[in-house]
Design a protein around this ligand. Structure first.
Ligand code: GLU
Length: 309
């Protein structure tokens, strides 16, 4: 396993020059596109780490899976899915076109508009960000996970598109709270600082249907885990979700900070980090590591058909 992971990293390194770090959030432009780190944890508790696995980066859109979990816990199934759909868009993650042309409701919780709607469903508690942070720490098994203040401020300053979506949704009565307060929470959720091992721990809990296989601790209800993993398959990789499903076949969620978190049913949680992004916003290095591992370890959910396309 160790060798396969290192081979996957070597394979991925040959593609890094094709990607670019995100610049629309100025603070993310400081990322180093050569950094590559990975962590893989099997359900029997073996941990494999490689490269810059300790490097911290902001969770960005991977937080959308945790926001959805919290929204379902706080507001329940009926309310959450009265505000957001479950269909892939085929549009960019930050597109707002469908809010006007299709239905007022965002199409799914994995795009920005949808995550802003689910963030608003988290606001019925006294300290929404505090509870979100606690949940993230529990799922990632690290109680020192914290907010990257510089990225948060940078997002807040540059977040005009997200603000526009929030105002449109406030106007359509999808948000039950003030648009500014909801985007503030959304930006904070995206700005948590994590490393590959944190996200691999979380992915392992998803792979094991809500129970940490090492401690036996029941962290999430299985109906919630099922919803999250389904949306990771259909919408987790932006408008490349179909291609990733076909080529890699691992339920995954990507973020513009360079992380991709993937969960292999009953087998493992894995997370890879590399800030060089392809034009759709997916990390070039992380995508390639997952592609390689899926092929050589037969991880595609329809495995047997594990040839590299
Ligand atoms: N905070 C980012 C934004 O709202 C998240 C984007 C992403 O990772 O896809 O633009």
């Amino acid at each position: 396993m160790e060798r396969t992971l290192n081979d996957a990293m070597d394979y991925a390194r040959t593609f890094l020059h094709t990607g670019k770090v995100a610049t629309y959030i100025p603070e993310l432009a400081k990322g180093d596109s050569e950094q590559l780190g990975a962590c893989l944890i099997t359900t029997d508790g073996e941990v494999y780490r490689s490269g810059d696995w300790q490097q911290e980066f902001t969770i960005q859109s991977i937080s959308k899976t945790i926001t959805l979990i919290m929204a379902l816990q706080v507001a329940g199934y009926e309310k959450v899915f009265s505000k957001v759909g479950v269909e892939p868009t085929g549009d960019a993650f930050n597109s707002l076109v469908r809010l006007e042309t299709k239905t007022a409701h965002p199409l799914n919780p994995m795009i920005n508009a949808g995550a802003i709607a689910t963030a608003s469903c988290c606001m019925d508690v006294k300290d929404p960000f505090g509870e979100f942070l606690e949940l993230t720490r529990r799922l990632c098994r690290r109680d020192t996970i914290h907010l990257n203040e510089a990225v948060f401020q940078s997002e807040k300053k540059a977040g005009m598109r997200n603000r526009s979506m929030a105002y449109l949704m406030e106007d359509d009565n999808i948000l039950e709270y003030d648009a500014e307060d909801v985007v503030d929470l959304y930006f904070r959720m995206c700005s948590l600082s994590v490393n590959a091992e944190d996200l691999a721990n979380y992915a392992l809990v998803l792979a094991h249907n809500g129970v940490d296989p090492r401690s036996g601790e029941h962290l999430l209800d299985d109906w919630i885990v099922r919803i999250v993993k389904t949306l990771m398959v259909t919408c987790g990789m932006y408008d490349a979700s179909g291609e990733f499903a076909m080529k890699v076949g691992i339920p995954a969620k990507s973020g513009v900070g360079g992380g991709i978190m993937g969960t292999v049913e009953r087998k493992m949680g894995l997370a890879v980090f590399n800030p060089a992004l392809d034009p759709k916003g997916n990390s070039v290095g992380a995508y390639r590591v997952m592609e390689y591992l899926s092929h050589y370890l037969g991880l595609h959910y329809f495995s047997g058909s594990n040839s590299m396309i």
